[in-house]
Design a protein. Structure first.
Length: 514
């Protein structure tokens, strides 16, 4: 039949590590990179007589997520024991949530090339529940043995489960990226995939085109990069299609993806919920979340990325935001960032780049606050262009930029008021980047970079250029436009690059009678 005759059905289960300083049921640190087993306390390793105490910060991050995706925040949810044996799970069970999760429903809008939806699709969420992470098994350095590091045991996770709404690896990656952007934007997870802070399990099945019956799924575990996610789904889908077309049935299983071979391989048969013998944890009271608590969390949230893009592009989306709100009262998120109340009319591509991270969006806001709303496009151009290139070159994030938003805005103001030419601005930016001056004004003064905008001074220079280049003058008057560009170049050279380009052009044309 071939892949064109099959439909791929994908759902993702994503573990987002919550960025609390301590673990979900103990006071042990969650910092990454500590020596093995130095951050596992008595609660984490289940010594007799110890009791778990729920971390309020983890709950607040779960509430924040639920509000952001338009989900229902359960007024009462329950922690359960998920029983299974694994060497890095010292208790013999994981504390998780089963029948009553903290968040249910909601969804995410994703953008991807789709023939029927103009590039946008809504992926529904089933639930998001709180749980603790297990430890980590280390195989590489023990010569046939396995080491156990329990530092991760008890680290707070929010497991986010989607409905099986995705139909291609491209859609799955678009969803994963949108979710990654959201959890980092609302500051509940640092999103570091290399450190395991954000990892996905993909449930993949196939069915003949036109069928409404779900096929047997296989779960691909622990995918920690978007590239691996796409490769794993593509390989798994094709493998399942080949198996079915050759007359073999798909067996439900948990599989691993090998990045070196680009293939998936079965790890174990897939467990069902009854295999885990879930029951309410007797050491933990039910979690109760009041309307007052929800409102407090809502009040502390930043405007969501869609809200900010709407403001930056002057697109009104408040009606949709209000319709999705879970609370009875309207809370104007945009008002929490004064700059976000303004509408800048940026192109959508600029707005999406500016809001790729919340830190970049805040940097832009600070820049515009100093440079002025009329210079918003200048700010966007410099952040997307020269600043981003410099950060990438030195592998820095915008939070560690040597050029502050205020410094960049000061330089942009000097371009806008004619003090500094766009060409010389690059020299000023480089000096700011290298710490050679506290602000643009000091660098302009020290280096004599002030743009020449005095008409009298420019006219004198242009007269000298015209007198020294009679051949170019003659060629221009004969209709050769390139000759004019040559004269502009000579004039700018004579001003040592400090001439106001627009004035130089205008005065030259006037002198030449053009």
């Amino acid at each position: 039949m071939g892949i064109a005759n099959w439909e791929i059905v994908i759902g993702l289960e994503t573990h987002a590590q919550l960025n609390t300083a301590s673990k979900i049921f103990s006071g042990a640190s969650t910092a990454f990179g500590a020596a093995p087993n130095t951050q596992a306390c008595a609660v984490d390793i289940a010594l007799p007589g110890v009791l778990p105490v729920l971390n309020r910060g983890a709950v607040e991050r779960a509430i924040r997520f639920g509000l952001a995706v338009g989900g229902k925040i359960a007024p009462r949810s329950v922690f359960a024991r998920k029983n299974y044996f694994y060497p890095d799970l010292p208790k013999g069970y994981q504390i998780s949530q089963f029948e009553l999760p903290v968040v249910s429903g909601g969804g995410l809008h994703i953008k991807v090339s789709l023939p029927d939806t103009a590039g946008e699709k809504f992926v529904r969420l089933t639930r998001a529940h709180l749980e603790e992470d297990a430890g980590k098994s280390l195989h590489e350095d023990f010569h046939g043995k396995t080491g156990i590091d329990l530092n991760r045991a008890g680290t707070p996770l929010l497991e986010i489960v989607s409905e099986p709404d995705m139909r291609s690896s491209a859609e799955a990656v678009a969803y994963a990226k949108a979710l990654h952007s959201l959890v980092t934007w609302i500051d509940i997870c640092d999103g570091n995939m290399q450190e395991g802070s954000f990892r996905c399990d993909a449930n993949v099945s196939v069915r003949p085109k036109g069928s409404t019956t779900l096929g047997t799924r296989r779960e691909i575990k622990n995918l920690n990069s978007f590239r691996f996610l796409q490769q794993a789904i593509d390989h798994e889908a094709q493998w399942q299609i080949n198996e079915i077309e050759e007359g073999r049935a798909i067996q439900q299983a948990t599989v691993l993806f090998d990045p070196d071979t680009g293939e998936t391989r079965a790890m174990r048969s897939k467990e069902e919920a009854h295999d885990y013998r879930y029951f309410p944890d007797p050491d933990l009271l039910p979690l109760e979340i009041t309307e007052v608590w929800k409102r407090e969390v809502q009040a502390s949230m930043p405007p969501l990325r869609d809200d900010v893009i709407a403001n930056l592009t002057a697109v009104e989306q408040q009606a949709r935001i209000d319709a999705d709100a879970d609370l009875d009262v309207k809370i104007d998120r945009a008002a929490r960032w004064a700059w976000a109340e303004l509408q800048y009319g940026l192109p959508i591509a600029d707005a999406e780049t500016i809001t790729a991270t919340r830190a970049t969006a805040e940097y832009f806001g600070q820049c515009v606050e100093v440079a002025g709303k009329s210079n918003a496009k200048f700010c966007a151009n410099w952040i997307i262009g020269e600043l981003a290139a410099s950060l990438n070159r030195e592998e820095k994030n915008i939070g560690s930029s040597p050029v502050s938003a205020r410094q960049l805005a000061g330089m942009i103001k000097r371009i806008a008021d004619g003090t500094l030419s766009s060409k010389l601005a690059k020299e000023v930016f480089d000096a700011l980047w290298n710490g050679e001056g506290k602000d643009a004004d000091a660098i302009i003064e020290a280096r004599g970079l002030k743009q020449i905008s005095d008409s009298g001074a420019l006219e004198k220079i242009i007269d000298e250029v015209l007198a020294a280049n009679p051949k170019s003058v003659e060629e221009f008057r004969a209709g050769k436009e390139k000759a004019f560009n040559a004269l502009v170049g000579q004039a700018m050279k004579a001003t040592k690059g400090k001439g106001n380009p627009q004035q130089v052009n205008e005065l030259l044309r006037k002198k030449l009678g053009a």
